[in-house]
Structure formats: C-alpha cells, structure tokens
Ligand binder design. Structure first.
Ligand code: SAH
Length: 340
C-alpha cells in the first residue's frame, strides 16, 4: 500500500475527487496527518465513515523505524532510520538560536562522487520517496519532542537528482495546515545540476537555494567535484544568474575550506572575481575530515585570512561554525557505521 505521506495537497485533492468526494477533504487530510499526527485513520472525527474507509483501503500511515538516536554535547541529535526495504538513512536535528533545524537525506547513497565527501563512498541505491523525506521531519520532531522551524536539504544525496520527490517534499512541509515550515526557512543544496537549477527558478515557493561550489575555477573543481565535467563552473554561474533574475532571491554559495587545495588567498581572490556583482552570500565551511580521504581542514589562520580577503573584496561572507562532530553528525560526515 502506498504511503499517504507521499501526497501533496493537489494530489490528495485529485484522489478525493476521484472518489466522488469534495476537494476540501484534501486540506482536512493534511491537518490530520501533520497537525494531529494521527497513527490510525480511525482517529479522524470530521469525515464520514465511507471516506475514512477509502483512506484505510488505499493508504498506509506507516512511519520510519528509528534504529538509533544519539545526542551530542552541543545539543545536536542524530537519528538512524530503517526504511521498508531495510536500507538505513540518517537525519540530524540541530538546536540553533533561532529554533530547531532538521537536515534531511534525499537518497540512499549518492552518485555525485565529490572527492572530499563521505556520502559518495556509497553509490546511490535509490531515490528516497517523498514520504521517506517527509517522515524524517515528522519523526524527528516527535522523538525529540520539539517544533521543527527550519529544514535543510543537505543530508546524504543530491536533491536535484531526485527532483520531483524533493519538490513535493517542500510543498508538503510548507503547507499552512500542516507542519507549516516557512519557505524562507527551507534550504535546498545542490552540487550544481545546471538544468535543474534552471527548472527550479520556476518553482513558486520562496525556498532558499544553496550551491556547493567549493572551487573558483574548472581545474580545481574538476579535481574535487567530478560533476563539474558535466556542468562546468561558468555554466553554474550562468544558471545562478538566471535563477536570481527570475526569482530576485539571494543564493548561498557553499565553500568548504580544504587545506592546501582551495584555501589560498589566490583562490579567495579568484572566487571574489567570479562572484562579483552577483546577489550571493558565501558560506565558508570548515572541512570535517573523513577517514579514508586525503583532505584536511584548513588552519584557523588560513580560514580567517580567506574570509577577510572576501570581505575586503566586498563579498557577503560568513564562516560557519560546526555542530555535532562528536557523534559523526557534522556536515558531510553522515555515513552509517551500521552498514559496514
Ligand atoms: N548534494 C548536495 C547536498 C548534500 S551535501 C550538495 O552537494 O550540495 C551538503 C553540503 O555538505 C555540501 O556543500 C557538501 O559539499 C558539504 N560537505 C560534504 N562533505 C563535507 C565534509 N566532510 N565537511 C564539510 N562539508 C562537507
């Protein structure tokens, strides 16, 4: 049976109409699933029995099985979930000054093969279904007993390589009668799948877009991010421009600082030139070292010098602080030890 958490309001509306019911049943359904968070369709009190029977016959309300739940000293929590087919995925909850933020996984494994990243060490087995992404947010909020205010689509996987399901996920968690996570509180991050960035420019929710750039030129980017061979840096920049023109929204540029690779002042200067005049915000990320990968974190001095250089060149920039490193929940470290 199909999970009901796969369905956006539009899809639920179609479903109800196909059953000869009124379209407003769709928003009622959303309320029961995400506000009341029912465990059985019998808990629904404002539908007639025949409607409830339709739901029972057609949909599953099954959630994810939580295998482990770890808490870091800084308050970050990591969850390992088991999917129906036995695959394991990880989800992270972070406590920020502004609220609780969840980092969701979008694929089992990842095919992008970024050289510094732990996720790519396991090839993609499959896309996550919309419901499997939605349920990560729902389950984390239940298990940690918090109201989730922010979502970042930055766990394992390339969200734009599972585009349709990720778009549906965003619509569902944003729904005002459901989890009501503000579009501006949702961020999707891509390694630069150009055609999808262009397509995403037409998406009508005001969701934030982040681009994992990590290098200021093709030579360097080819070396650490193989996807750059398919979509070189000038095309990524062109797509970002197109997106900004269409949406009028600022784009986040993610840049991991790798010692001796992309952290020189020459790189900072080249990056500043590349981004000059674009409505972007650079997020400098301290690298989390991965066992089996030849990369190291830049020194504090080099990170600060890189930051200062961008500032001097009038680029909007921040140096991100890390969380959850003691439970392997830090950015880019998600990789289940249970699978080995
Ligand atoms: N595939 C998407 C989203 C998942 S990765 C993307 O590439 O954007 C989320 C972010 O974590 C990316 O910017 C990625 O490059 C970064 N990342 C990967 N490994 C990391 C590591 N070991 N330390 C810090 N950041 C890392």
């Amino acid at each position: 049976m199909e999970s009901i958490y796969n369905y956006t309001e539009e899809q639920l509306k179609e479903y109800w109409i196909s059953k000869g019911e009124k379209g407003f049943r769709a928003s009622q359904t959303i309320e029961w699933l995400y506000r009341h968070q029912i465990h059985s369709f019998d808990e629904i009190t404002n539908m007639k029995q025949t409607a409830i029977e339709y739901l029972k016959n057609d949909f599953s309300l099954e959630s994810l099985k939580c295998v482990t739940h770890q808490k870091s000293k800084d308050g970050t929590q990591k969850f390992l979930f088991e999917l129906k087919d036995g695959n394991l995925i990880e989800t992270v909850l972070m406590h920020q000054e502004y609220g609780y933020s969840v980092c969701v996984t979008t694929e089992v494994g990842c095919n992008m093969d970024c050289q510094f990243c732990a996720s790519g060490m396991k090839k993609k087995l499959r896309n996550l279904e919309t419901s499997e992404i939605v349920l990560q947010v729902l389950m984390v909020s239940r298990l940690a007993e918090v109201r989730v205010s922010h979502v970042v689509i930055m766990g394992i996987g390339e969200p734009f390589d599972n585009y349709e399901n990720v778009i549906r996920f965003m619509k569902i968690i944003n729904h005002p009668l459901g989890l009501e996570i503000g579009a501006r509180h949702i961020t999707v991050s891509t390694c630069g799948l150009v055609p999808k960035i262009m397509e995403y420019a037409e998406f009508d929710l005001q969701v934030n877009l982040a681009i994992s750039l990590h290098a200021p030129n093709n030579t360097l980017r080819n070396q650490i991010m193989p996807i750059n061979k398919a979509y070189p840096i000038e095309e990524v920049i062109k797509a970002i421009k197109y997106y900004i023109d269409k949406t009028n929204r600022r784009v986040t540029i993610e840049y991991i600082l790798l010692k001796g690779i992309n952290d020189s002042i020459a790189c900072a200067d080249e990056l500043a030139t590349l981004l000059h005049g674009l409505n972007v915000y650079v997020n400098l990320i301290p690298y989390n070292e991965v066992v089996g990968k030849p990369y190291a974190r830049s020194t504090k001095e080099d990170m600060v010098a890189f930051f200062d250089w961008l500032k001097k060149r009038r680029i909007n920039v921040q140096l991100r602080k890390e969380q959850g490193s003691d439970i392997d929940a830090a950015c880019g470290q998600l990789r289940s030890k249970h699978m080995n």
